[in-house]
Design a protein around this ligand. Structure first.
Ligand code: SAH
Length: 267
């Protein structure tokens, strides 16, 4: 059976571990009682993360059977509404109301079911401006939810990129569940090394550390007069991220739990 390399980390404050985990490209994080389970694209990435993290918390390597993960994640997911947009896991589709915009998601390894504050902050940020006729680039698309939301909110077209091929696979599945969002394309790519065309609206829900480190590359992806939506930033990282993007004025900011969503404008 196919398995996913993961680490079980014992911690009462997972937020402290996220910046450290970032260097190893985690693909998904699941809450456990007294800790978190973090999934990695390869056993090597997992083992390297374990070597680094074992110095600060108890970390044990496990291989999680994929069927079990998918089944358990599907059992608990409920629809999530942010402004005009509702994200519905596929099994709750029959409860769809006719109000607002509905996005159907297959719960899977790709992050982005709306159950994380940072996805909700990005969805709220995207609804603070008019997307009509705009192009959207979603950097680190996960299950593709922000790219799909962009088109359903009026964008002309959207592209979602992710370094993790499994995430792109789940984004493509999301697209098939949302036929009205046809003008969306998903590509496996690392935005730091693959040249990508600038867009009117760029969304990047990554991590504070990664955003601060690659502010130049990300800013370059925003077209003139365009907007940049950032999240994945913890409150403790907010100032560092804003400083790294200081060429783009901050026009919107919101907090949810310990997370921050930011919108910056390019002139
Ligand atoms: N946009 C979704 C998912 C965010 S999770 C949402 O808002 O819910 C962050 C995603 O960024 C993960 O799927 C991860 O694989 C991807 N990612 C991390 N580093 C990346 C890189 N250098 N290039 C492209 N994608 C990256």
């Amino acid at each position: 059976m196919n398995t996913y390399p993961a680490l079980d980390l014992l911690t009462d404050d997972p937020d402290l571990l996220y910046p450290r985990l970032d260097d190893f490209g985690p693909t998904a994080i699941e809450d456990l009682c007294g800790g978190i389970r973090v999934f990695f694209p390869t056993p090597e990435a997992r083992d390297n993360a374990r070597t680094a993290l074992i110095q600060i918390c108890s970390a044990s390597a496990i291989d999680v059977p994929d069927e079990d993960w998918a089944r358990r994640s599907q059992e608990h997911l409920e629809p999530v509404t942010v402004g005009r947009v509702t994200i519905r896991p596929r099994q709750t589709e029959d409860r769809a109301s006719s109000n607002g915009i509905s996005i159907v998601i297959e719960p899977s390894m790709g992050f982005g079911t709306g159950h994380h504050a940072t996805t909700r902050l990005c969805l709220a940020a995207m609804q603070t401006f008019d997307l009509a006729g705009k192009s959207v680039l979603d950097v680190g698309t996960g299950s593709g939810v922000l790219a799909i939301a962009g088109v359903l909110l009026g964008a002309r077209a959207a592209t979602g990129v992710d370094v993790d091929p499994d995430a792109i696979q789940s984004a493509i599945t999301s697209l098939s569940l949302n036929p009205s969002a046809a003008a969306v394309m998903f590509v496996t790519a690392d935005y730091r090394t693959t040249p990508l065309p600038p867009a009117d609206v760029v969304t990047a829900n990554l991590t504070g550390a990664l955003l601060a480190r690659s502010a130049k590359e990300i800013s370059r992806l925003v077209a003139p007069n365009g907007a940049l939506v950032l999240s994945g930033v913890m409150t403790s990282e907010r100032d560092e991220v804003v400083r790294a993007f200081d060429s783009l004025p901050l026009v919107w900011e919101r907090n949810e739990d310990e997370w921050v969503g930011l919108v910056m404008k390019k002139s």
